[in-house]
Design a binder for this molecule. Structure first.
Ligand SMILES: CC(C)(COP(=O)(O)OP(=O)(O)OC[C@H]1O[C@@H](n2cnc3c(N)ncnc32)[C@H](O)[C@@H]1OP(=O)(O)O)[C@@H](O)C(=O)NCCC(=O)NCCS
Length: 177
């Protein structure tokens, strides 16, 4: 009993600096925040590392400057490790892109990011969200299915991979209530 208390105390003390000064010690607090123009270079970096046809900083700047775009960044400690960006038209939104840095994938970060983002879209009064995803992108398909998206269409040979192979996409939809 005493041993386990001492051990817990040891862990708590060892972790104290990063909890008290997360910025200074690069702690592991996670935050989902609106992304702004200043995030464009980092979002482009994350996008390039995640997609065959990566978007440049200027492309992100153009999107982020639009009044009908909504973007969130995921911060872990003092580093942006993911983002999601949508475009709004009338009472619908389209998710344009979402990515998590490779090192942090498979830990559920994108679920929180997507949930928060959808909450904001709903808060803007939007009724429906659409997206397109490569049909064999298992992590993304799983993420969207778990979040309540359903396949409503197919686009033949919609993407090209790095080897030039043409890949199908599916269109997914989720109603916001
Ligand atoms: C898609 C992506 C955003 C998911 O982010 P993530 O934080 O890793 O997602 P999660 O940890 O919540 O995992 C989502 C699902 O993918 C699964 N998954 C994670 N890595 C996987 C892998 N390498 N292979 C197969 N499934 C995997 C997880 O098990 C989980 O499935 P589950 O809900 O059935 O358990 C991330 O993989 C990514 O950035 N990919 C590159 C960019 C991309 O493809 N974006 C989507 C374009 S539409």
């Amino acid at each position: 009993m005493i041993e386990s208390l001492m051990s817990s105390l040891g862990i708590w003390l060892a972790d104290l600096p990063s909890r008290l000064f997360p910025k200074l010690f690069g702690g592991t607090s996670v935050a989902i925040e609106p992304a702004s123009l200043r995030d464009a270079p980092r979002l482009a970096q994350l996008h390039r590392a995640s997609f065959h046809r990566g978007w440049g900083t200027d492309e992100f700047e153009q999107i982020l400057i639009e009044r009908n775009a909504l973007a969130h960044r995921l911060r872990r400690g003092n580093r942006t490790i993911g983002f999601i960006v949508s475009r709004i038209a009338a009472d619908e939104a389209e998710i344009l892109s979402v990515a998590i840095a490779a090192k942090y994938r498979g830990q559920g970060y994108s679920r929180d990011l997507l949930r928060t983002h959808l909450g904001h879209l709903a808060g803007h009064g939007l009724k429906t969200v659409f997206l397109e995803v490569e049909e064999n992108n298992r992590p993304a398909r799983s993420l969207y299915a778990r979040a309540g998206f359903r396949v409503v269409g197919q686009r033949e040979r919609y993407y090209k991979d790095a080897g030039g192979e043409q890949l199908n996409a599916v269109v997914m939809r989720r109603d916001l209530s």
